[in-house]
Design a protein around this ligand. Structure first.
Ligand code: 3PY
Ligand code: MG
Length: 253
C-alpha cells in the first residue's frame, strides 16, 4: 500500500497531468474512467457528496484499475486532512488558501514531525498498508504533493508568500470562486477577471512552483500548456455522463 507518489514523480520528470474531476461518488464510474484511459482521478470532497467511507472505495476503485487518485478536501481543516492522509491519499488539493499563514497551517497539518504535527498512527492506517510498510512514517512527508487553490482576492495579494511555503508544491487557480470574490460572480468573461488570472499565472510561474488550474471558457488544452499549466482539471464525470445522456435522450425516436 505504501508507495511512491506517481503523480508527483511524473510532474517532477516534466510530464503534465490532466485529471478528471469526480463528483459522482460512484466507484463504478471512476473505475470505468481509468479503464477508459484517465490516469488520474481528482475526487472532489469539497463539492462532491462522497463521505469518507465512500471515498475509500473510490480510491480503491481507481487504484485497482491502475489509476492514480488525487483528492480535494472540503476545507483547510487539519482534522479532515489527517483522515484523508491516513486513508492513503498523497496528492491533496486544498481550497481557498488566502495567505502564507493558511498555507503553512495546511503543510504543518499534512506532514509528520519535525516539519509538521500530523498525528501518527502509521502502524494501523491504510496509508501504510495497515502497518505492512514499517518505513511509511519516514517516507510519507516526501511523497506528498500539496496543491493550494488560489481563488480569493486576498490570495492574489499573497501569491509569493503562499508559494514560498516549503511543502506547497503547486498553486491552482480556481476561476469560479476567484471571479466571485472579485465581485464578478459567474462572469468568467469579465476582462478584470482575465487580467487577474493572467497576472496570477505569471507570478506563480516566477515563483518556481507548479501552476495548475481550471480553464476559463474557450481556453484549449494546448493554450493552457503554452501558459505554463502543468495540471489542468477540465473534465468531470458528471458532465461527461450528463452530456452523453442528453445527447442520447435527444436522439430518442
Ligand atoms: C473554482 O473555479 O473556484 C474551483 O475551485 C475549481 O475549478
Ligand atoms: Mg473553487
Amino acid at each position: 500500500m505504501s508507495r511512491e507518489n506517481v503523480i508527483k514523480r511524473r510532474l517532477q520528470e516534466g510530464s503534465n497531468i490532466t485529471p478528471m474531476w469526480s463528483q459522482s461518488g460512484s466507484p463504478t464510474i471512476v473505475e470505468a474512467a481509468v479503464f477508459a484511459g484517465w490516469e488520474c482521478i481528482l475526487i472532489d470532497n469539497e463539492h462532491g457528496f462522497a463521505g469518507l467511507e465512500t471515498t475509500i472505495n473510490l480510491i480503491r476503485a481507481v487504484e485497482s484499475a491502475g489509476g492514480q487518485a488525487a483528492l480535494r478536501v472540503p476545507w483547510n481543516d487539519p482534522v479532515y486532512l489527517k483522515r484523508i492522509l491516513d486513508i492513503g491519499v498523497q496528492t491533496l488539493m486544498i481550497p481557498m488558501i488566502a495567505n502564507e499563514e493558511q498555507a503553512e497551517a495546511a503543510v504543518a497539518a499534512c506532514k509528520y514531525p519535525t516539519r509538521g504535527w500530523r498525528g501518527n498512527a502509521h502502524a494501523v492506517v491504510r496509508a501504510s498498508g495497515y502497518g505492512a510498510d514499517p518505513d511509511y512514517g519516514r517516507k510519507a512527508n516526501d511523497e506528498l504533493l500539496l496543491i493550494a487553490q488560489i481563488e480569493q482576492r486576498e490570495a492574489l495579494n499573497n501569491i509569493e508568500g503562499i508559494a514560498a511555503v516549503d511543502g506547497i508544491d503547486m498553486l491552482f487557480i480556481g476561476p469560479n470562486d476567484l471571479a466571485g470574490s472579485m465581485g464578478k460572480f459567474e462572469d468568467l468573461g469579465n476582462r478584470e477577471v482575465h487580467r487577474a488570472i493572467e497576472e496570477a499565472e505569471k507570478r506563480i510561474l516566477a515563483s518556481g512552483k507548479l501552476l495548475g488550474g481550471f480553464p476559463l471558457p474557450g481556453r484549449s488544452d494546448p493554450e493552457m500548456e503554452e501558459r505554463g499549466y502543468r495540471f489542468v482539471a477540465r473534465h468531470c464525470d458528471i458532465w461527461l455522463f450528463r452530456n452523453a445522456a442528453s445527447e442520447a435522450a435527444a436522439n430518442l425516436s
